[in-house]
Design a protein around this ligand. Structure first.
Ligand SMILES: Nc1nc2c(c(=O)[nH]1)N[C@H]1C(S)=C(S)[C@@H](COP(=O)(O)OP(=O)(O)OC[C@H]3O[C@@H](n4cnc5c(=O)[nH]c(N)nc54)[C@H](O)[C@@H]3O)O[C@H]1N2
Ligand SMILES: Nc1nc2c(c(=O)[nH]1)N[C@H]1C(S)=C(S)[C@@H](COP(=O)(O)OP(=O)(O)OC[C@H]3O[C@@H](n4cnc5c(=O)[nH]c(N)nc54)[C@H](O)[C@@H]3O)O[C@H]1N2
Ligand code: SF4
Ligand SMILES: [Mo]
Length: 685
């Protein structure tokens, strides 16, 4: 038996921990953490350890499937690619090149493989590139970008902080090895503050748990800014020399007094006082880490901008123990936005969310569902989806399923027969992360890595081979000249001092640039003014508020008796990633079905008992699930929560697709009104 150990990175989630894989005759037998990798230092989380079961799963797809009136038919790969190419050509001939869309999900990451999908999209002449980023990270990206000019998030240096604020995020479940640096900070005496409507894992470890009403975070941040500024508890020198718009921001924040903020957010004036004092006393060693809990609201970007103002007031930007500004690597970019911008073709959603398109060249997935169903502003008739499961993860699932099922052509590249794959005309077997190689940048550590192909299965294509083969069939082969991923990796690395061989020799990563602090002393920030921006001229030019204006969520502004509870969704469990890993038996046993978490007082008022089936009804739809009455203190009264990604009882039947943040276009998944009642019969879909 030829046993071999391959050092690569785990991609069971996007954290890319160092991983060593044992392979015997091409079959993966075991995994362990790479002790030399500085992110995870030899550890793997439960999902990482399950990578063996994932890549060897008995329900994996190995052959292309074609939907026929008799059911799924297995066909050879070459035939599948030929037929798909013919049907793409037909759609583009009939409706124009923009009649096709490309959709990339979370499972293949955000560097090279995202760029490849974008490249293919423009190579075949359509501007309609969609991704999970219509509801992931882009609101944070924009919030940070408008204030600090960063393209990545300002990394919290928790290990060296004296105060750590985790706001709308729960790293023990989602970024487990980030938790180590939080713990190191705590061991050195840092005070940990968690802001969340639910008692998350990190909130349990916090010195102060601030139990906030969903979607009201901007009011709290402005209230804190008001306390800090009115008492002079801020870094005057930094504000004077390195920021713009301070006076207008100060005047605006002055309207957020403790009493009105308490009324809006459900946070007591004493808790606000304690938060403000914690920030002041720890300044400038204050690090703030924001998560997806802040994004899925109609006011997300501005709430995030308001929170981002706090490290600026504390003078914590790019300081030891503060929020570090990250430098990206000088890698070659694969996208064609300079060569073939295609904006004249009207990318879908760019008119509704011009800032989203301007900042990210990203079309809007929820608008796409409308476009498919109505043909307005033009027909969108074909879609190729890779590494995503929108029929589980996008909001308003009834509409998503109707739209995707009604396309002339839906192609899904998958490892498993998912809800989205079931709607497809063709399902193509996709390579897992162990069957491809890519250059990966660990921006927070400023490291470059090369992931390794551990094994391969004939007929199961990696992302590059698929786009290359289809592009060649569609007359766009000139954009995919590289023979394979290895050649492509070398091309991407050309502007750097490193070769693929050097990266392969350093599975723990190589630092592409030294970590330097306080860069703002010598180098202008990447904002329009070169300074930290409390107000944004850029947003004003789009007709949006230049201030991080606080807009009340609708459930606060116009309470509706029909839907008296506030719903938040998607607080992650450590062993699932969205709709992934439910097929790993030991994870499935831990949480076999969707649950609705409810405060005991709310359950008592409705006469509901633990474990019974309840119906959750929103303006968009309804879903039945099992009720879980949590302990007093585990969730804010008046709020309910459910995780997304379940095959049955999916909460995305009740989430809102067309109530969006006007800046990022993000949907309302986390602060929308619902009612809950005993379920007498199951909904009909
Ligand atoms: N195990 C696992 N890891 C993952 C993922 C996964 O699905 N599973 N997903 C990955 C992806 S794509 C992402 S985007 C990241 C997300 O990573 P995180 O941002 O850490 O996501 P969550 O764990 O959902 O934490 C969000 C927290 O925000 C809270 N919250 C909800 N609404 C509000 C609100 O209005 N205000 C405030 N202050 N808090 C609120 C929730 O209760 C929850 O505790 O995780 C990544 N890592
Ligand atoms: N209600 C609600 N909905 C949410 C959220 C929420 O908080 N609440 N969170 C949102 C967020 S932040 C995100 S990022 C999205 C994520 O939305 P999606 O991107 O749709 O996420 P997944 O369900 O993880 O789908 C990934 C799919 O890729 C497949 N896959 C795994 N590995 C590979 C691979 O190597 N190659 C290919 N081709 N396929 C692979 C998996 O089997 C899986 O079906 O969900 C969003 N949906
Ligand atoms: S956190 Fe877990 S799943 Fe994510 S990369 Fe690391 S070991 Fe893998
Ligand atoms: Mo996400």
């Amino acid at each position: 038996m030829a046993e071999q150990t391959v050092k690569t990175l785990c991609r069971m989630c996007d954290d890319h921990c160092g991983m060593e894989v044992t392979v015997e005759d091409g079959v993966v037998k075991g995994v362990r953490g790479n002790p030399d990798h500085p992110w995870n230092r030899g550890h793997l989380c439960a999902k990482g350890k399950a990578a063996v079961e994932f890549v060897n799963a008995p329900d994996r797809l190995y052959r292309p499937l074609k939907k026929t009136p008799q059911g799924w038919e297995e066909i050879p790969l070459e035939q599948a690619l030929d037929e798909i190419a013919r049907r793409v050509r037909d759609i583009q001939a009939r409706y124009g090149d923009r009649g096709m869309g490309i959709w990339k999900g979370e499972a293949v990451g955000f560097n090279q493989e995202e760029e490849m999908a974008r490249r293919f999209c423009h190579a075949i002449g359509t501007p309609n590139y969609f991704s999970c980023d219509s509801q992931c990270f882009v609101s944070r990206f924009m919030g940070y970008r408008f204030v600090f000019g960063t393209s990545a998030y300002p990394f919290p240096d928790c290990a060296n902080s004296r105060a750590i604020l985790v706001w709308g995020t729960n790293p023990p479940s989602t970024h487990p090895f980030m938790t180590h640096s939080i713990q190191r900070g705590q061991q050195r005496g840092a005070k940990l503050v968690a802001v969340d409507p639910r008692l998350s894992h990190i909130a349990r470890q916090a010195d102060l748990f601030v139990r906030i009403l969903p979607g009201t975070d901007g009011a709290l941040a402005l209230g804190l800014a008001n306390i800090l500024i009115s008492r002079g508890w801020y870094d005057r020198d930094f504000i004077e020399h390195h920021t713009m718009g301070f006076d207008r921001f100060r005047d605006y924040a002055a309207g957020f007094d403790k009493a009105s903020v308490a009324e809006e957010t459900g946070i007591s004036p004493e808790e606000m006082e304690e938060m403000a004092r914690t920030l002041y006393e720890a300044s400038p060693e204050v690090s703030i880490y924001m998560g997806v809990g802040l994004e899925h609201h109609v006011n997300g970007v501005n709430n995030i901008r308001a929170i981002a103002a706090l490290p600026a007031l504390c003078g914590a930007l790019d300081r030891k123990g503060g929020n570090r500004l990250l430098a990206g690597p000088p890698l070659r970019n694969l996208t064609l936005y300079d060569e073939k911008p295609l904006t004249h073709l009207g990318p879908i959603g760019a008119d509704r969310f011009p800032v989203l398109y301007d900042q990210r060249q990203e079309c809007h997935t929820m608008t796409a569902m409308e476009t498919i169903l109505t043909g307005d502003p033009y027909p969108l008739r074909g879609m190729i989806v890779t590494a995503g499961n929108p029929a589980s993860t996008n909001p308003n699932l009834r509409k998503v399923k109707e739209a995707l099922a009604g396309l002339d052509l839906l192609v899904v590249r998958e490892l498993f027969m998912t809800e989205t794959a079931r709607l497809a005309d063709y399902v193509l077997p996709a390579a897992s992360f162990m069957e491809r190689t890519e250059v990966f940048c660990h921006a927070s550590l400023q490291l470059l890595n090369l992931t390794q192909r551990v094994f391969s299965i004939p007929g199961v294509q990696d992302e590059y081979s698929f786009w290359r083969d289809l592009a060649h069939r569609l007359g766009a082969g000139e954009y995919f000249p590289w023979e394979n991923e290895e050649e492509l990796n070398a091309w991407i690395l050309e502007p750097t001092p490193f070769t693929t061989e050097e990266l392969a020799a350093h599975p723990e990563g190589v630092r592409y640039t030294p970590i330097r602090l306080e860069k703002w002393r010598h180098t202008p920030l990447n904002t329009e003014s070169g300074k930290v921006e409390f107000t944004s001229d850029y947003l004003r030019r789009f007709g949006l508020s230049e201030l991080p204006e606080y807009i009340q969520p609708a459930y606060r502004k116009q309470p509706d008796e029909t839907y008296p509870l506030c719903m938040t969704t998607g607080a992650r469990k450590s062993f699932f990633v969205h709709s992934r890993y439910h097929n790993i038996p030991r994870f499935n046993r831990l949480c076999p079905e969707a649950e609705l978490e409810m405060h005991p007082r709310d359950a008592a008022a409705l006469g509901l008992v633990d474990g019974q089936r309840v119906r959750v009804v929103s303006r968009h739809g309804e879903v039945a699930m099992q009720l879980c009455i949590v302990q007093e203190g585990e969730i804010k009264g008046g709020c309910v929560h459910s995780l997304h990604g379940f095959c049955r009882d999916n909460v995305n039947y009740v989430t809102h697709d067309l109530d969006n943040d006007p800046i990022s276009g993000f949907p309302l998944l986390k602060s929308f009104p619902v009612r809950v009642e005993a379920a007498e019969e199951e909904p009909s879909w």
